[in-house]
Design a protein around this ligand. Structure first.
Ligand code: NAP
Ligand code: MG
Length: 491
């Protein structure tokens, strides 16, 4: 008991270890990466800078678990294990939220919402384990044909820093439910909560090797994961640039890949919309997580007749927003790191050079240390459709507004980016609601709401450069399995 306590103390006091085969394991390089608190820019912990040898250990542990234990655990029992993990996450929600808050600069309500969503993913997928089944297919006389949904085997998960708990939940929850074992590479900026979840999984009875966490840099251990021949499927969420690298590496060995690469998602407001409902949702969709959300509503398309009055009301709302240290739980916390702050500054200075007018900005509070990575939320108007502010993901709290003439023009603008992840449409006209939903090329369309409160049940993923494959909902389980057709000729 004492030895166990000593290990846990060590893990939580300034040095995080990998979690491989239910064991806290140092990286083999002996090198570490500092963990920075975005609220003050100061280091407060360290993670392992793992290499390909560490990744290989995790893959081997996963493979052994799959072959000797996990493949023999039936679907109902897998479901019970996932449900126990969900309950444990709920019991540890405050601890997990506190870890993520410090690591990622999330305001308290956001961090708690993310812990709740993580528990909900495991609850949802727990219930789905024993409901995933194949079919029988009518065929020639004398034959019986059936399909089985088999796990890929060892799945690799590369997780970004913006919603570590949520993206881990949707990706790893679905993969485990479908009978896979997992090797997870969190973003170097956001590892703490996920290491703790893996410990909780071991405590509730997941066999050694079912869930492994290996930390380090993307170009080192992430690249090793993408190339490892023992990884049978890759789930990646992050930038289009790295998504391309992952897919190229996976193509060398024909490894299936699910890519979620972000968006430039429009909020489309018609003159007949209920603006009292739309305005808070428009605001939330760009300030949540300081705009560092793949499905952020980062473009605002407004019907000409209400362009001026809507911008005036939104401008007033923007100027009341407050930004500060995560623990103050204001409207926005800091951005994840200095390079992300610089990225947002670059976009804003390009806007200035192009003469794009700024409608309003929120306030950074006096308590925010100069060393933190703060950015005031910013509303820009008359953004040209071909400007990079209307085309590229800022990944910060910057909303780019433009006017449209009619329905056809709204659809044209909505589709005028390389992305297609999410869209919000605000109108009371029922026929138009359906025409817009049909016309917009994106993985999700929300009518008179945006994001449906996160809905873990709702399949999520991209069209075009937003990626391919679907996570969340039952649909994800099809991606985490391979279909086998068995034809029996029995006469
Ligand atoms: P990123 O580089 O794509 O990082 C995402 C994940 O991929 C992280 O775990 C990262 O690890 C890993 N990675 C990086 N290089 C890799 C490589 N060569 N091989 C394998 N894995 C690799 O994203 P970022 O640099 O953190 O953010 C840049 C931009 O990406 C953002 O501004 C935003 O536009 C976009 N982004 C989108 C999402 C989304 O939800 N769609 C999420 C995050 C970022 P390390 O971080 O440890 O290097
Ligand atoms: Mg951090």
């Amino acid at each position: 008991m004492r030895a166990f306590f000593m290990v846990r103390m060590e893990e939580n006091a300034g040095m995080q270890l990998n979690y491989i085969a239910n064991t806290s394991t140092p990286g083999s390089s002996g090198r570490t990466i500092p963990v920075i608190d975005p609220s003050d820019g100061q280091p407060f912990d360290e993670i392992q800078r793992s290499n390909s040898a560490d990744l290989d250990s995790a893959v081997q542990a996963a493979r052994q678990c799959l072959d000797t234990v996990w493949s023999k655990v039936n679907a109902a029992e897998r479901g019970r294990l996932l449900m126990r993990l969900s309950a444990s996450i709920t019991a540890h929600a405050d601890e997990l939220a506190a870890l993520e808050q410090r690591d990622c600069g999330k305001p308290t309500r956001q961090a708690r919402a993310d812990a709740t969503a993580l528990a909900r993913y495991f609850e949802f997928y727990a219930g789905a384990c024993d409901k995933l089944h194949g079919e029988t297919i009518p065929f020639l006389d004398g034959y019986s044909v059936l399909t089985w949904r088999e796990p890929h085997g060892v799945t690799g998960h590369i997780i970004p820093w913006n919603y570590p708990m949520q993206i881990f939940g949707r990706s790893v929850g679905g993969a485990l439910a479908a009978g896979n074992v997992c090797v997870v590479k969190p973003a170097e900026d956001a590892c703490l909560s996920l290491i703790r979840v893996a410990q909780l999984a071991a405590e509730v009875g997941f066999p050694a090797g079912a869930l492994n966490i290996v930390t380090g840099y993307g170009h080192e251990v992430g690249d090793a994961l993408a190339r490892h021949p023992g990884i049978d499927h890759i789930s990646f969420t992050g930038s289009p640039r790295v998504g391309t690298l992952i897919q190229q590496a996976a193509a060398e060995r024909h490894c299936p890949v699910t890519l979620e690469l972000g968006g430039k998602s429009p909020q489309i407001v018609f003159a007949d919309a209920d603006l009292d409902a739309a305005i808070p949702a428009i605001l939330n969709a760009i300030v949540q997580n300081a705009g560092q959300t793949c499905s952020a509503g980062s473009r605002l398309l407004v019907e000409q007749a209400i362009y001026e009055p809507l911008l005036q009301r939104l401008g007033e709302a923007f100027s009341k927003l407050r930004v500060g240290p995560a623990a103050m739980d204001l409207d926005l916390g800091p951005l994840i790191r200095q390079s992300q702050q610089q990225r947002v500054w670059d976009f804003l200075s390009d806007a200035q050079v192009a003469g794009i007018p700024m409608v309003a900005q929120g306030q950074i509070v006096d308590e925010a240390p100069d060393t933190g990575f703060y950015q005031a939320p910013t509303l820009l108007r008359d953004v040209p459709v071909d400007h990079r502010l209307a085309q590229e993901e800022v990944f910060g709290p910057v909303l780019a507004a433009m006017a449209f003439r009619d329905e056809a023009h709204a659809i044209e603008l909505a589709n005028a980016t390389p992305f297609g992840l999410v869209a919000g449409v605000w109108t009371r006209d029922g026929g138009r609601q359906f025409r817009m939903a049909r016309g917009i090329r994106s993985g999700q369309v929300f009518i008179n709401n945006y994001g449906a409160a996160g809905g873990v049940e709702l399949p999520f993923g991209g069209f075009k450069s937003s990626g391919h494959g679907r996570e969340k909902g039952f649909e994800a389980l099809y991606g985490f399995t391979a279909l086998k057709t068995v034809a029996i000729r029995h006469g």
